[in-house]
Design a protein around this ligand. Structure first.
Ligand code: GLC
Length: 631
């Protein structure tokens, strides 16, 4: 009779990781992983509807549901010949290949994809997924919220639910129904180019924020709002361990299983408990084995142990990185537990090859059936077969909802709550608005710098003028100061003719996304110029408020020493006026808004040139000053 411990060892030993580096058999112990309570009760009627659909579907229609193509390489008419289950717009793709295409163009194309997919006999309407990761950020005219790192600083789950609900509504206005958000990465090394997509370094904070955004995007599981016409499918990403790869995007997470379970899985467990319907596999590896081929984690842990019953989607050709695979052929990824392969360009040959692999049994019938069942379950939960064409849905075409005053006010509140006050000598802040204010620095009047990556295009390279409606930090300061009878002058180089009462210096990172943002050191390339500007103002005895725009902590010791007050503003998005709301008193002299933000990750010290890593952070996790110190 085998003891429980022996059984565990035997089970564990059997769960080696597919594609693991030779000789690096990695055991996983699913029974030791969390098991969240199901967000939705078993639904026999739903499963019976799925059975009936499966009965009628041809092998080609089943395979089609397991492939997602990019709109840059598939036309609606292609769906008549290749019955794919979903499309996406990659972050640099938009209708007509025009990143500034109007919301109406998005809705028209969504209708065309829908009609092509729903036309064939027992065809299933197509889903369209997008990376709406800080608002419906691919659409010019949408509300653009702060990126996740600032929302982690805000620590306000109710606000995150509002942001999710607004984002979902604006995605629906343009005819889409699925967003690849939230990232629930737990960042451990700020040199990673996706640090700002994480809510921070603390697994509980990430779990709380991630679950709140899922509920906002999808609606609360088990209620009437769940996946109704105002909500969209959410995606917990990237499973699993993308934030723990030593600052290298798509790198290797070498943590022990216990850390993967207790740190990296926290956001996924919370998202599943909140009813998330899709999970995206990570490009990263664990112990040298690519996650896209890790059956022990994708199937035994995520699906069987955690009870995730939605669909697992691969990342952008992530399956092609598996040994022996290409973007057009990868049975190992499907067999590991990926249900939908994201095949931006290779969807045609992939379709042909997957059909052959299903016929040959290389993809076992049971795996194929389970994958299709999961896609159908998500589509039926999203009422896809009842909703009709995108433009016929309740919120479609209501373009007045995009960046409505109500939505923009929530985004501005998010900016206020995300700001972290790191220094405030002689209580320089809050400033009196009736003053002569010099606003300077290359981030002062740059909506582009405020928004960062994933804004209209992937790397955030659109000019500020393309991101509308919006308010730069300078415009917000000018409005506040002018209204009180003061004066705010913009001078990117810091020159002035009349001595100002105070200088507000806004500087920081240029936009980036994913691996393009990986850095070897946290010293910003523009630091020399920023320090020179601060030195000049400091030498003239002008009080200085520094505002840093960055997707992560940077090397700031020099700038900190030259500033009287220092604010970490992260990547606040389009509503830069939220910064002035907190820096200045109200016109009547009362305190309008206090700081609320606290560091979502520790702020590292800058290692001395060539020296060892300094002991302890410059500012610890959770640090943040207030105007009013609550006793
Ligand atoms: C990217 C990202 C992923 C995103 C996907 C689709 O490579 O890794 O987060 O959702 O491709 O744009």
């Amino acid at each position: 009779m085998k003891t429980a411990a022996m059984r565990c060892t035997m089970i564990a030993a059997s769960l080696t990781v597919a594609g693991a580096a030779a000789g690096a058999d990695l055991v996983v112990h699913p029974q030791e992983w969390p098991r969240p309570a199901p967000a939705l009760p078993a639904d026999a009627r739903l499963e019976a509807r799925i059975d009936a659909l499966l009965e009628r579907m041809t092998p080609a229609e089943k395979i089609g549901q397991l492939i997602q193509a990019n709109i840059g390489s598939i036309t609606p008419d292609d769906l008549r010949h290749y019955p794919l289950g979903s499309v996406l717009n990659g972050a640099d793709f938009a209708p007509g290949n025009d990143k500034l295409a109007s919301p109406g163009e998005w809705l028209k194309l969504a209708d065309r994809f829908y009609e092509a997919s729903a036309g064939a006999p027992h065809a299933l309407p197509v889903l369209w997924a997008t990376d709406a990761v800080h608002g419906d950020n691919n659409i010019p005219g949408a509300t653009i919220f702060p990126h996740n790192i600032g929302l982690g600083a805000a620590r306000d789950p109710a606000l995150l639910r509002r942001i999710g609900a607004i984002t979902a509504l604006e995605v629906r206005v343009t005819g889409l129904d699925w967003t690849f958000a939230p990232s629930v990465a737990v960042v451990r090394d700020a040199r990673w180019g996706r640090t700002y997509e994480s809510y921070g370094e603390n697994p509980r904070l990430v779990a709380e924020c991630g679950a709140a955004l899922v509920e906002g995007l999808q609606g609360r599981a088990g209620t009437r709002e769940f996946l109704d016409a105002a909500h969209v499918l959410a995606t917990a990403k990237h499973f699993i361990g993308d934030g723990g790869t030593g600052g290298h995007d798509e790198g290797d997470n070498t943590a022990a299983e216990a850390e993967l379970r207790d740190v990296d899985a926290a956001g996924h467990v919370a998202a599943i408990a909140a009813g998330v319907q899709t999970v995206m596999a990570s490009f990263s590896s664990w112990q040298g084995a690519k996650m896209h081929g890790n059956r022990a984690l994708l199937t035994e842990v995520l699906k069987q142990r955690m009870g995730f019953d939605g669909l697992v989607i691969g990342d952008w050709d992530g399956h092609a990185q598996l040994p022996g695979c290409t973007s057009a052929s990868c049975a190992p990824a499907v067999n590991a537990g990926i249900d939908v392969l994201m095949a931006p360009e290779s969807w045609r040959p992939l379709f042909v090859n997957m059909l052959a692999q299903a016929n040959s049994g290389e993809i076992p019938a049971a795996r194929l059936e389970d994958a299709v069942r999961r896609v159908l379950r998500v589509k039926l939960r999203a009422h896809l077969t009842e909703e009709g064409p995108p433009s016929s849905r309740p919120y479609a075409g209501h373009f007045e909802l995009l960046a409505s005053p109500v939505h923009r006010a929530v985004a501005r509140q998010a900016v206020r709550e995300s700001l972290v006050l790191l220094k405030n000598e002689r209580e320089l802040l809050p400033l009196k608005p009736r003053a002569r204010v010099l606003v300077t620095g290359d981030g002062a009047d740059s909506v582009q710098r405020q928004c960062g990556g994933w804004t209209i295009d992937w790397q955030g390279r659109q000019p500020s003028e393309a991101i509308r409606p919006a308010e730069s930090i300078y415009a917000g300061i000018r409005a506040a100061v002018t209204a009180a009878g003061g004066r705010a002058d913009l001078s990117p180089g810091g020159e002035f003719s009349v001595r100002p009462d105070v200088a507000i210096v806004v500087f920081g990172e240029r936009p980036y996304a994913e691996g393009a943002g990986d850095v070897a050191s946290l010293v910003d390339p523009d630091e020399r110029r920023d320090v020179t500007l601060l030195e000049r103002l400091h030498a003239q005895g002008i009080p200085v408020v520094a505002v840093l725009l960055s997707g992560r902590p940077l090397s700031i010791e020099a700038e900190l020493a030259l500033s009287d007050s220092f604010v970490a503003a992260w990547l606040p998005g389009a509503e830069g006026g939220g910064v002035a709301d907190v820096l200045f008193r109200a016109r009547d002299g009362t305190l309008a808004h206090d700081f609320r933000g606290r560091l979502p990750l520790a702020w590292p010290r800058t290692p001395a040139a060539g020296g060892a890593a300094p002991a302890g952070p410059l500012f610890p996790y959770g640090y943040g000053l207030r105007y009013i110190v609550k006793r």
